[in-house]
Write a protein that binds this ligand. Structure first.
Ligand code: MLC
Ligand code: AMP
Length: 475
């Protein structure tokens, strides 16, 4: 879906923005851009020509090096959540077709490839075609195992340039965050955004209030990223929040930022946070602006190059009156190419006239400001900013020998936005804690139910479908 030529993806990395020691700090490990370029090129030498390279995406300098190396070599990068259990990891490795795994031991027929921060190579790689895949990012659907979202290099470049424009993000910034390096937010925006704009990067390892405050004092953090859970935890720690008063811009995304958190952050830091909206499939498409109004509960306007529309259940356009809800559809240069190896799912994601169906329900005001109302499906849950498919967790629970059936819902939660609650029909012996641990080990820790309710039966309609709204009402 690329629209025209784009500049090379890693503009500022190759463009020689000086050799400032510690331009990049990832969990305490400092590197200059030149050191990153040298080590990443050495990694590129090892992986060039591979169909795809998987990267066990711990929050580390090695991960950043491997990702940049893969991109330099033009090899699609497949980030693997570092806490993923055997079921999820095997699926990602097999489904992606990766032949190499950086940062991990060989497994599932995939060879391990070391990442050496001190290695150097002076080889040069021509910029691959813009339509070539930069990433295959695995993300949950309502049912089944996660799908690989194929993201072209041109989409990453266009998406980052649009955000740089909206947020006035330049080489003068020091970006601070501690988000995971296997999703759009932490990796595409939070690492490649810094490399493309030339800004410094401080990755704090974990996104804790203390670490965010310390990065302001120690490194002069100016631009901060967080999911709403991160901002709500920061807003609850007054001293840490006040440290961010000297920053330039606080940005929230990946899930709705509650209005009280917006207001508390504003009161403590003096900054009205920017809120932006996006998806793995579309990158960031809508945002409030550094030079525009930042309205609580609103994600603002489409970013440069992106078009949006609202469509009713009958497929007809919905009025931009700030009240009428419709499905949000988007078009533009930041969109993914498709789901790897899943032509049917890919076809379903697009309308006949070429718009991507987000599955999010929204309203648009007469002034063009967008407000995200929620997801169309109860089976896609956002917990702590992670997208979790109820079906995948239910399938993992059913894999347990003591479980007859399971239904997973996202219950409203003050800290996580939504928390996974599993209703399980089991043998009367297994405990909720055991089932939670079982999911955490097989999938990823963040996909574990936060509460397990053992029940005799699940409410079903005449077709046998579980009535999830009824389960939610019970909470
Ligand atoms: C608890 N733990 C267990 C466990 N129970 N471990 C194993 N088995 C169990 N049964 C441990 C974990 O190991 C971990 O330890 C600790 O509990 C906390 O784990 P957690 O659940 O991850 O922490 P939590 O506090 O709930 O995390 C909150 C959070 C996190 C905000 C830090 O949710 C987060 O990082 N969210 C970011 C998600 C994100 O980036 N989404 C972007 C998607 S892209 P230890 O020792 O490790 O602490 C996107 C596009 C866009 O959406 O628009 O941006
Ligand atoms: P993911 O694929 O993990 O990127 O999740 C994308 C989903 O996160 C979107 O479809 C939305 O449901 C949700 N989302 C992202 N940003 C926001 C936001 N600012 N407000 C509300 N929901 C959001």
């Amino acid at each position: 879906m690329s629209e025209g030529a784009v500049e090379p993806l890693l503009t500022a990395l190759a463009g020689g923005y000086g050799d400032e020691a510690g331009a990049l700090r990832v969990d305490g490990q400092a590197m200059s851009r030149e050191e990153l370029l040298g080590a990443a090129t050495a990694f590129a030498d090892r992986v060039a020509g591979a169909p795809a390279v998987a990267v066990l995406a711990r929050p580390s300098a090695e991960t950043v090096t491997a990702v940049v190396g893969g991109l330099l070599a033009g090899v699609p990068v497949v980030p693997v959540p570092p806490d993923s259990g055997p079921k999820e990891r095997e699926h990602i490795l097999r489904d992606s077709g990766a032949t190499l795994l950086a940062g991990g031991a060989p497994e599932n027929g995939v060879a391990g490839v070391p990442v050496e921060l001190t290695a150097r190579s002076a080889a040069t790689y021509a910029e691959p075609a813009p339509e070539r895949a930069a990433f295959v990012l695995y993300t949950s659907g309502t049912t089944g195992a996660p799908k690989g979202v194929v993201i072209p290099r041109s989409a990453v470049a266009a998406g980052l340039d649009a955000l740089a424009e909206a947020w006035q993000w330049t080489a003068k910034d020091t970006l601070v965050h501690g988000l995971p390096l296997f999703h759009v937010h932490g990796l595409v925006l939070g690492v490649l955004g810094a490399l493309r704009t030339g800004s410094r990067l401080v990755h704090t390892g974990r996104p804790t209030p203390g670490a965010y405050a310390a990065a302001r004092a120690e490194h002069g953090g100016s631009l901060y990223f967080g999911v709403p859970t991160v901002w709500s935890r920061l807003a609850a720690e007054e001293a840490a929040a006040k440290e961010l008063a000297g920053a330039r811009l606080l940005v929230s995304g990946s899930a709705p930022l509650p209005v009280p958190v917006f207001e508390r952050l504003a009161a403590l830091t003096g900054h009205l946070p920017i809120e932006r909206y996006g998806m793995t499939e579309s990158l960031i498409t809508v945002s409030t602006r550094a030079d525009g109004e930042r309205r609580p509960g609103s994600v603002g306007l489409p970013v440069a190059g992106v078009r949006t529309r609202l469509v009713g259940e009958d497929g007809a356009p919905v009025a931009w009156d700030g009240e009428t809800v419709g499905e949000l559809q988007v078009a533009g240069p930041t969109l993914f190419e498709g789901y790897l190896g899943r032509p049917e799912a890919t076809a379903e994601a697009w309308t006949a006239d070429g718009w991507f169906r987000t599955g999010d329900v929204a309203v648009i005001g007469p002034d063009g400001f967008h407000r995200i109302v929620g997801r169309a499906s109860v089976d896609l849950i956002k917990s702590g900013g992670y997208r979790i498919g109820a079906g995948e967790v239910e399938a993992a629970l059913r894999d347990h020998p003591a479980v007859a059936d399971a239904a997973v819902v996202g219950a409203p939660d003050a800290d996580l936005g939504q928390a996974l609650v599993a209703y399980v029909i089991a043998d009367g012996l297994v405990t909720g804690e055991q089932l939670t641990a079982f999911v955490a080990e097989r999938l990823s820790v963040h996909k574990r139910p936060r509460r397990v309710v053992l029940v005799e039966e699940l409410p079903r309609n005449a077709m046998g479908k579980v009535l999830k709204k009824q389960l939610l009402d019970r909470l």
